[in-house]
Write a protein that binds this ligand. Structure first.
Ligand code: AMP
Length: 455
């Protein structure tokens, strides 16, 4: 998500911001602007670069705009779920962009429908709109707060009305959300890498439970609008999701943390080898850290093709099965006869690692493959906005490390320990570790099995 308030090029800046945030969602994108009289919305299924052109951006006038890249963790990839969602209600127009996952959206939707609400999409995010429209407070800020008090789950939100931009982060602080300034205008972003692209300065994060209202009077903060018993920042943002050039959760460098994860992994899991190679791109910083700590040389033994769209059509049997080869290819001259340490950030189903090991042996002709994972075994699905498969599909939920090693056919396999992970991460007590320890911080008692059916 990205937003700008108070800039003559607001929509163009949001477009650039979305470009920098494309890694957070590749399914669809949208921008909504306000010219102070009405909101203008342009959105489609696809990538930012394919959706927007000069002509389309010209349809987004005004000094304020918000944008969203979607990848669906709830509600599926229905074109109606493309965000921002725009609605007209008694107080005027309102557009909303949501990053996160609501865990009580289904119940809320049912009760809202009983009261007569007509939903246009299957997205959990539409619940916000109906809740805001249904509350009776006089002030929009209070309406939003009342609505959010009904909601459980993770949400970083950017809301646009004709004259205001409002940003909110859930009280657990699951997803990141930062405030920046550019040419005297305010900007809000899921990640700071988007500030760098538009030349904005990172000011601070929107705090968990805080609402920030930006209008002609400037920025007004309403701290602790919603409260929670604890923080639950998503540890997977550091491990995999956020871009390494971003600063998240209090301005900490994702790259430094990822490198530190690799160093810690080298301390915990040393092995005699000739070369450290990353699974690009997500394994690169951790592999560098592993190499630095162990003294074993680093190189790019796997080359990634960056031009694989989501629409790659796998040819039928008559040609051959490409699998992961279309994305990655080993550098044989570098790998031949070597004992290789391969560093990746995580194993989910295990299929990528299995294919990589095979590829390194067959195409790279390596002597040994030692797979090192810069996070602990992923045992639990995420209910809060990371797209993980069901528990049954998570290989580590039902197999121990030795069984996974056998499945991926590596000579050795090692994961970072949970203790090691939190040695490398600043403010460790503030994090959700549910994907590793199955302790879900935002849940209604007894609801776990219901959530597993939903996500
Ligand atoms: P798998 O083949 O299912 O074990 O997937 C493992 C690979 O997926 C690793 O290389 C990770 O970098 C990557 N990965 C981890 N989490 C996700 C996610 N939520 N979405 C897409 N890719 C992921």
């Amino acid at each position: 998500m990205f937003g700008v308030f108070g800039h003559p090029e607001a929509a163009n800046l949001v477009y650039l911001g979305l470009y920098a945030l494309q890694h957070r969602g590749q399914e669809s994108a949208g921008i909504c602007s306000s010219d102070e009289k009405q909101l203008h919305l342009e959105k489609s299924v696809g990538l930012v670069a394919d959706i927007f052109n000069e002509k389309r951006l010209k349809k987004l006038p005004g000094y304020m705009a918000i944008g969203h890249n979607r990848y669906s963790t709830a509600g599926g990839s229905n074109p109606k779920n493309v965000q921002p969602i725009l609605a007209n209600f008694s107080m005027g127009q309102l557009a909303i962009a949501h990053n996160g996952n609501l865990i009580n959206a289904f119940e809320l939707r049912k009760s809202l429908e009983k009261e007569g609400a007509i939903f246009q999409s299957t997205s959990d995010s539409e619940v916000f709109i109906h809740l805001i429209a249904h509350t009776r407070e006089e002030d929009l800020k209070d309406r939003i707060i009342m609505a959010l008090r009904e909601i459980a789950g993770s949400y970083s939100l950017i809301i646009l009305t004709e004259k205001k931009l409002i940003a909110v982060r859930d009280p657990f602080g699951v997803r990141p959300l930062s405030i920046g300034k550019v040419d005297g205008a305010y900007t809000v972003s899921s990640e700071t890498c988007a500030f760098d692209l538009i030349g904005a300065e990172y000011v601070r994060d929107v705090e968990p439970g805080e609402m920030v209202v930006i209008d002609a009077n400037g920025l007004t903060s309403y701290p602790k609008c919603i409260v929670a018993p604890r923080r639950a920042f998503c540890v997977f943002e550091y491990i995999y999701f956020a871009r390494p050039d971003s600063r998240i959760f209090g301005g900490h460098s994702v790259n430094s943390v990822r490198k530190q994860l690799g160093k810690q992994l080298a301390i915990e899991e040393p092995v005699d080898a000739d070369l450290v190679i990353p699974v690009p791109d997500s394994g690169v910083p951790a592999a560098l850290g592993y190499s630095e700590q162990s003294g074993i040389p680093f190189d790019f033994g796997l080359i990634r093709n960056h031009y694989i769209g989501r629409t790659f059509i796998e040819p039928k049997q008559s040609i051959r099965h490409f699998g992961v080869k279309i994305k990655l290819n080993p550098v044989r001259d570098l790998l031949q006869g070597k004992r290789v340490i391969v560093v990746d950030d995580s194993i989910v189903r295990g299929t990528t690692s299995k294919k990589i090991v095979k590829m390194l042996r067959e195409g790279g002709n390596v002597r040994e493959v030692h797979m090192k994972i810069s996070s602990p075994p992923t045992k639990g699905p995420c209910f809060y906005g990371i797209d993980t498969p069901t528990r049954q599909e998570l290989i580590a939920s039902s197999h121990n490390v030795e069984e996974i090693r056998r499945y991926i056919t590596a000579d050795s396999l090692a994961y970072l320990s949970i203790e090691g992970l939190f040695k490398a991460i600043p403010d460790p007590d503030n994090f959700c570790k549910a994907c590793f320890n199955n302790e879900y911080p935002i849940v209604f008692p007894g609801q776990e099995s219901q959530l597993e059916m939903m996500f």
